[in-house]
Ligand binder design. Structure first.
Ligand SMILES: *[C@@H]1O[C@H](CO)[C@@H](O)[C@H](O)[C@H]1NC(C)=O
Ligand SMILES: *[C@@H]1O[C@H](CO)[C@@H](O)[C@H](O)[C@H]1NC(C)=O
Ligand SMILES: *[C@@H]1O[C@H](CO)[C@@H](O)[C@H](O)[C@H]1NC(C)=O
Length: 502
């Protein structure tokens, strides 16, 4: 009996080996689609009106030094932007705590120390830096110390230049549209060789236009060269400070007060008829670098003025036009305010406040905007609406609706007269808030550039196997299984015949 048992051992070993082999080859195939180890990165987008925290992730195995980054989570900081805490010690740092705590929770603990963390401040801090450089540096330092107190890998807390902001927005847009690389059908990354698209960003304190150009850029400060996935891209980029929607509205109000004189009542052609609000001359109007040129020689900053709406499209459009300078151009061609701009090229994506304004226009008028004339018609319809009509149609509170006519006119003038979008090119703008599950803005582009700094990890052998050898190995183990079974059957038969003979 003992002799017979020992005969089975090699066969059983063979079978176990074959089964284990097959399992090893087959089981990790799921992981081929979803790499097991993610890396994470955190970007704080410190805008003029608020701060947003974006958490990105990408597989630890990267392609050509730029990670395949997707959005993992986002968090919106309560309260104003970090620049609004000027003169309030500790305020800016404290405001970020809740969102940083959330980041600690949603990123696996084992990855914390490898997670890059950076903060980019934009036009709000650029403006504060002009007024009070020591205060803006103090806020940055305070925020930096707060970020360093978390278990992440702190990289930087800086004020981004307007050019960098524009370029990172462009990177985001083209990255999300897979214009740089595409995941191929057979499972590798390809360069699709597509035209890139331009980026239009409208923030609270500045607005950016960025697109690829082959024309000569006559002002050096408008050129940005980027190397991505081994390719060099040459961009035209321009950021207009004080042309973000909040600062623009402030300038418009300052302009109206200046032209009508400082009186208890000021008429606003862009507010709906009958609608009125009270504003304080200092805090709400003239306490900004952007309204400096409109400041009366003498005024009481605590004085309140009632702004009364007249809902007059023509007059609103005229006032908005007066905020731009279309006159002198020191270059062969300009957008406005004497700023060089080459000819528009390709399609564009417009995001942030451009998206919201476009969505209000289409919601309020049920019109699609494909030409400058249609845009003017839609904006006129909006400026003729009463506040009640707007609130009812858009299902949004008054505070969002009171500026829709003014901002729509602003966007109209900026795109058509400012950037020179026409019948054909206006149609090429797509207005978007999100793409591919990620918010469209400069933050992802910034992260993408920073992710170069994260060391790549090598892949497990199984996942690295192309499908040819993989099938070969599977076949080998299946063959082993069949041989093992055959061997077992043979031994069984042999012992049976021996037993029968006994
Ligand atoms: C800058 O801000 C700090 C703190 O609020 C203040 O003490 C200082 O006087 C300001 N400097 C200027 C030039 O306004
Ligand atoms: C990665 O780089 C190699 C060589 O630098 C290049 O041949 C390949 O096309 C690049 N891949 C992508 C996805 O850009
Ligand atoms: C301002 O609005 C209130 C109602 O919100 C209205 O009673 C008042 O008459 C308005 N004032 C002007 C000057 O239109």
């Amino acid at each position: 009996m003992a002799v017979q048992c020992s005969q089975y051992i090699p066969a059983v070993v063979l079978l176990v080996l074959a089964i284990v082999g097959i399992l090893l080859v087959v089981l990790p195939t799921e992981e081929m689609k979803q790499p097991p180890q993610n890396m994470y990165g955190i970007v704080l987008d410190a805008g003029s009106s608020h701060t947003s925290v974006y958490i990105y992730k990408w597989p630890a195995d990267k392609q050509n030094d730029t990670g395949i980054v997707t959005q993992h989570d986002e968090c919106h900081v309560k309260g104003g932007g970090i620049s609004s805490y000027a003169g309030i010690r500790g305020g800016a740092a404290k405001s970020l705590e809740a969102c940083l705590e959330q980041a600690v929770k949603v990123i696996p603990k084992s990855r914390h120390h490898q997670t890059p963390l950076c903060l980019g401040a934009t036009a709000g801090m650029r403006l504060l830096n002009i007024v009070n450089g020591t205060e803006s540096q103090r806020i940055l330092k305070e925020v930096e110390n707060k970020l360093k107190s978390y278990p992440f890998q702190f990289k930087e807390a800086v004020i981004l230049s307007g050019q960098a902001e524009g370029a990172y927005g462009w990177v985001t847009v083209n990255y999300l549209l897979e214009n740089f690389v595409k995941f191929g059908f057979v499972g590798q990354w390809l360069n699709p060789g597509r035209e890139t698209i331009g980026a239009l960003d409208l923030g609270g304190a500045s607005t950016q236009i960025t697109f690829e150009t082959s024309e000569k850029v006559e002002n050096e400060s408008n050129v940005m060269e980027l190397k991505l996935y081994g390719q060099i891209y040459r961009l035209y980029t321009q950021s207009f400070l004080c042309y973000g929607q909040d600062q623009f509205l402030r300038k418009l109000l300052a302009h109206l007060i200046k032209t009508q004189g400082v009186k208890p009542q000021v008429f606003h052609p862009c507010y709906p008829q009958q609608f009125n609000v009270s504003v304080r001359l200092g805090q709400d109007v003239f306490d900004s670098v952007c309204t400096k040129d409109y400041r009366p020689a003498q005024f009481d900053p605590h004085m309140t003025v009632t702004v009364v709406g007249t809902g007059d499209y023509r007059s609103c459009l005229d006032s908005v036009m007066q905020m731009f300078s279309f006159g002198s151009c020191p270059y062969s061609k300009c957008s406005f305010d004497g700023v060089f701009q080459p000819s528009l090229r390709g399609s564009f994506m417009a995001f942030s406040a451009f998206y919201f304004t476009h969505s209000y226009i289409t919601r309020l008028t049920s019109k699609t905007i494909t030409s400058p004339d249609e845009m003017a018609e839609a904006v006129q319809l909006i400026c003729n609406m009463t506040m009640d009509e707007m609130v009812e149609k858009a299902k949004q509170p008054e505070r969002y609706m009171k500026n829709v006519c003014a901002v729509s006119n602003f966007v109209q003038v900026l795109l058509i007269q400012g950037y020179h979008f026409d019948e054909v090119s206006l149609r090429s703008i797509s207005f978007q808030k999100k793409a591919g599950g990620a918010s469209v803005g400069w933050a992802l582009g910034y992260m993408l550039s920073l992710s170069n700094l994260v060391p790549a990890e090598s892949l497990g052998l199984m996942k690295a196997l192309p499908s040819g050898p993989w099938a070969g190995i599977l076949f080998l183990f299946v063959a082993l299984l069949v041989i093992g079974l055959g061997y077992l059957l043979m031994i069984y038969r042999n012992t049976r015949t021996k037993e029968d003979m006994v």
